[in-house]
Design a protein around this ligand. Structure first.
Ligand code: KG4
Ligand code: ZN
Length: 338
């Protein structure tokens, strides 16, 4: 039987719920938290409080807008990790109580696996095996995807995530949080070759973004000493140069991973996959290297419950259920979630 599943995502600062019926996502309700904006980043305690305030409304809205009754549900899915412990606790506890009250089985989902599986929400989707570059505010990973339940991280960042590098660089230039989309916007009218920054070169398929972040900080400090309005006068060129450098770092490792594995089907996932420089760079490689590239619709790139629902659908079909004593794990690794 193909199931109807309610899925809940609460790992960071979006409270989201989605219903999947017979493998088709029916909706994707998201309450974003604006409370963090004035702090220049997500404040964990404020995030968990906002999840508590939002979750009942989001789940009710999700049921109402899908036209699905609680009695039609076959399972409740939720993000077990990775994420902020307080935020995860709200979603996990809510899902457990609802599952218990309705007598429904629970399905835990790994948030990073779900980002990968977001590539299956719409057509066309990749076929196995493929590589997925998952780039978000918290993660930068290259994943070898052999099956819905068989994924292996073959490269990852050893310090900051690339989204974090975008956001911190934006903050240094006085731009509001999250700065990634703003850097992308200004970069579109700037010269990517105007400035260069040094970066830490990592072995194999791993990444490091702390070196380029420090280099960028010193660059701004030196330039503003000479001219205090340097950033205002050169914002598009600075953004274009930084974006080009970050995108090149990602694409270099992705090319190495494709060469090493012989895989030419490449998917991307996570909030940074919205970046226009990354998308353009991928399209150029598609032509040059004969890659087939898959990019989820933007609403499924950033944090959302539809991807949790999609991952839960395949776990349901494989009989992967969780017991009522399941607890969130803040640093849940992909390989942990078998
Ligand atoms: O996946 P996501 O919504 O949340 C998690 O971090 O899990 O990703 C958010 C990240 C932020 O760092 C944000 O600045 C970045 O994605 N981002 C972008 C763009 N849109 C979102 N970074 C660069 N260019 C963009 N267009
Ligand atoms: Zn995420």
């Amino acid at each position: 039987m193909l199931p109807t599943i309610l899925a809940i995502e609460s790992s960071c600062d979006e409270t989201s719920a989605s219903i999947i019926q017979h493998g088709k996502v029916l909706n994707n309700v998201i309450a974003s938290q604006s409370v963090h904006q004035k702090y220049g980043g997500v404040v964990p305690e404020l995030a968990s409080r906002a999840h508590q305030q939002n979750i009942l409304h989001v789940v009710n809205e999700c049921l109402a807008s899908s036209g699905i009754l609680k009695s039609q549900l076959n399972a409740i899915a939720f993000t077990r990790g990775p994420g902020l412990m307080g935020s995860l606790l709200v979603g996990v506890s809510f899902a457990k109580s609802m599952g218990w009250a309705l007598g429904l089985p629970l399905i835990e989902v790994n948030h990073m696996e779900a980002h990968v599986v977001a590539n299956f929400i719409d057509q066309p989707h990749p076929s196995f095996p493929f590589l997925c570059l998952t780039v978000s505010g918290g993660h930068t990973q290259i994943i070898l995807v052999e099956d819905f339940l068989k994924m292996k991280v073959i490269g990852e960042t050893k310090d900051d995530a690339v989204g974090e590098a975008f956001d911190k660089a934006a903050k240094m230039m006085g731009l509001p949080y999250p700065g990634g989309p703003l850097i992308d916007k200004y970069a579109q009218v700037g010269n990517p070759k105007a400035f260069t920054f040094s970066e830490t070169v990592m072995p194999a398929l791993d990444f490091s973004f702390s070196g380029i972040k420090t280099s960028f900080l010193y660059f701004l400090r030196d330039q503003t000493k000479l001219d205090p309005s340097f950033v205002d006068k050169n914002l598009p060129d600075i953004c274009a140069s930084l974006q080009a450098a970050l995108v090149q770092m990602l694409l270099k490792k992705l090319q190495a991973a494709a060469k090493q594995t012989g895989i030419k089907q490449i998917a991307i996932a996570g909030g940074v996959s919205a970046n226009s420089g990354l998308r353009k760079g991928l399209v150029a490689l598609t032509e040059k290297l004969g890659w087939q590239v898959f990019i989820p619709a933007f609403q499924y790139c950033t944090d959302n419950a539809a991807m949790i629902a999609m991952a839960a659908h395949y776990k349901y079909l494989n009989g992967k259920f969780s017991s009522l004593d399941v607890a969130p794990i803040a640093n849940l690794a992909i390989e942990d979630n078998r």
